[in-house]
Design a protein around this ligand. Sequence first.
Ligand code: C2E
Ligand code: MG
Ligand code: MG
Length: 689
Amino acid sequence: MGLDPSENEGGVKTRVLAPPSSLAIYLFLVSVLGLTSLGLIAFLSPWGSTPAHLLVGATIFLAVGAILGEIKPVRLISPGEGTRFLSTSSPFVLALIAVAGPGIAVLVQVTASIADDVLSRRSVIKSLFNTAQYSLSVLAAAAVYYALAGVPLLSLPPLVGPQHIAPLLLAGIVMVAVNWLLVAGVVSLATHQRLSAVIKIDAQQTLLTNGLLISVGGVAAAVAPLGVGVLVLLAGPVVAAHLFAAKAAKYAHAATHDSLTGLGNREQIDLALGRAFVETGHGDAMGPGLVLLDLDHFKDINDTLGHPVGDRILKEVAARLASSAPDGASVHRIGGDEFAVVVEGNEAECEIAARDLVDSLDAPIQVEGLELLVRASAGVAVAPSHGLNGETLMKNVDIALYHAKLERDRISVYSREFDVNTVERLRLLADLRTALELGQLHVVYQPQVSLATGQTVAVEALVRWEHPDRGLILPDAFIPLAENSGLIYPVTAFVLDRALSDLAAWRRAGFETRISVNLSARHLSDIALVDQVGAALDRYDIPQGALVLEVTETGILADAARAGTVIRAVRARGVDISIDDYGTGNASLSYLRRLEVDELKVDRSFVSRLNDDDHDLIIVRSTVELALALGLRVVAEGVEDAATADVLAAFGDVIGQGFHLGRPVSADQIAQRLVGEQATSPSGQRGGH
Ligand code: C2E
Ligand code: MG
Ligand code: MG
C-alpha cells in the first residue's frame, strides 16, 4: 500500500486539509528516517561476498515478480468502497528477505515503488514518502526475521529451511503492519480523523488479503531452493487473481452503472458522497457539494420524437456533462432525465460547476437531421451548510432543483426558506388536481375600454380558484405550479371553454365584444393547441376575430421557431394574437411584428408610473405610437386613475384596462355592464372597435 488516496474511482485528488505543519512534519520525519535507513543498509550490506547458496535465478525471478506486482496491481471493485488496487509485490519482497538478504529486498522494493510512482506520475513528495515507508517496513521485517533466525542483520542470509518459515511469516506480519500504520498516519493527519478510526476503515479487508499474500511469500521462500522452475508455479495464483478480478470488475461495472449512458447509477452517488465526506473529514471544511440536473420538457421530446431519439439525447447530454464536470467530480444518471454530479468544493465552486454543466447543453444537439435545444435546470446543495451527510444533501438538492424549476431560474442553490415554500406548493399542486375535478376554478372578466369612446370593446378572462380552506387564490400563486406539472393543459382548456361559452351568450344578446384568454409559454410549443382552440370555436360558433390569445414575449422567445408555427396556425383559424406584458422581456417590436401578431398589451409596470416618471412616459408614448403605426391594436394595462387614462387617450386610439376602468368581475356583471353601456351610449352602438 503506497500513499495515494487518489486510488478511488474517478481519480479523486487528495485534499490536504490539516494545517501544513503537522502533516508536513510527519512526512518529513518518515522520509528522513526511511531514506537514512535505506542509505545505511545499502552501504553496510555485505555486497562483496556471495555465498554459494545465494540463489541467483530465484532472486531475479522474485525481483521481477515484485516489480510487476507493484506496477500492475490487481484491480478490485467492491460495491461498498469503489475501486481499489492491490499490489502483489509483498510476497516476493518477503521471500527476497529470506533468499537474498535485506539489502537486495529493500532495493527491489524501492525500485518497484519508484517505478510505480513514475508511471502513475505521483509527486516527488509522495514518491519520497513511499520510498521511505517501504524501506522502513522491509527493514523492520528483515530485523524480525534475522533475530528469530538467530543471524546478525548485516550478514548473509542462511539457506532457507523449514525452520525459517514461521519466523518469515511473523516478519511478513510486521512488514504489513508497519506499512499500514505509516500510511494511516498520513490519512489521519490529512483528514483530521483519529488514527484508530482510519485503521478501522478497512481493517478486515487488509488483514485478509495481506494474510494471503504473506503465506504466498512463505511458500515462495520455501520453494526457492528448488529452483526457478518450481517458483514459476507461483505465477499461477497471481495471474488467476488478475483474471478473476477483471471478470468481477466487469460485472461490478454493469451493476453499478447506467447501461445507456455508462455513467454511475443512483447507488453510486451515495458511495461517492460517502467517500467525499470522508475526504473532507466533516469538521469545518467546505464541501462536498451535489448538483442535481433535470432536463426541461424532456418528456415532450420523448413523446413527440420517440424513445430512440430520447436515448440519443440522453447519451449526448451524459457526454457533455461528463466533459464539463470539474476535476475530481463524478457524474451519475439517477433515472429518466435526471443527472447528479458530486463536486468537491465550497458553495461558490459548486455553483460555478453547476453553471458550467448547465451551459454545456447550450449548443443544439443534432439527432437524425434535427437540431434540438435541450435545456436543464439545476439544484445545488453543499455541505456543511445544506447537510452533513449524503442523505440530507440529496433531499435538499431535490428541493433546490424543484425551486429552480418553479422559479424558472436555471440554477438554484438550496436555502432553508425553500422548505416551507416547497411543502406548501406541493400541497397546493395536489389540491389543484382536485380543484379541477370538483369545479373549484372559475373565470372572471376584466373590461377593456376604448379610451376614445368609453365603450367596453373586449374583456380579459382571468382564472380564479375558490379553495375550500384558503379562500380565493389568485392565478400568480398557482399558474406557475400548473405550468411545471402539466396541469396547465386542463386549466387552459377549462378557461377557454368557459370564456367562449360566456362570450357566446353575450353575442346572442347582441354584444360584439372580443374575449382575451391567457396562454402559457408551454402551449406555444404544443401544436395540439391549434385543434383544441379550433374545436372550442366551433363548439360555440365563435366568429373570426372574437377570440384573442395572449402570449408573453418570453413565452415566444423561449422557442421562437415552434412558437411561430403555432401562432401562424391559430391565426389561420381566425384567432387574434396579443403580446401580454409587453416591455418586460427583450423582444423588439419589429421582431414581434414579423411574427404577425395583432395586439400589444403594454405592461402595467410602465403604465402605472406614467404620471410620475418621465422616462416611463416616453417609453409608453413611443411604444404606443410605433405599435399603432405598425397597424397593431394597443391595450394599456394597469390604468389605475383618470389622469393616466387621459394621457393615454392623447397618444391615439388606445384601449385601456385597469382598476380605474373596471375590476375583474363575473360574467353576469359583464353582461349588466354591456347592457348599461348600450343604454347610455348616445348612438346605442354595440361593442366593436
Ligand atoms: P395578466 O394577463 O397581465 O392579467 C392582468 C392582471 O393584472 C390581472 O391579475 C389583473 O387583475 C391585474 N390588473 C388589472 N388591472 C390592474 C390595475 O389597474 N392595477 C393592478 N395593480 N393590477 C391590475 P390576475 O388576475 O391576478 O392575473 C395575474 C396573471 O395571471 C395574469 O396576468 C396572467 O398572466 C395570469 N393568468 C390569469 N388567468 C390566467 C389563465 O387563465 N391562464 C393563464 N395561463 N394565465 C392566467
Ligand atoms: Mg393577460
Ligand atoms: Mg398582462
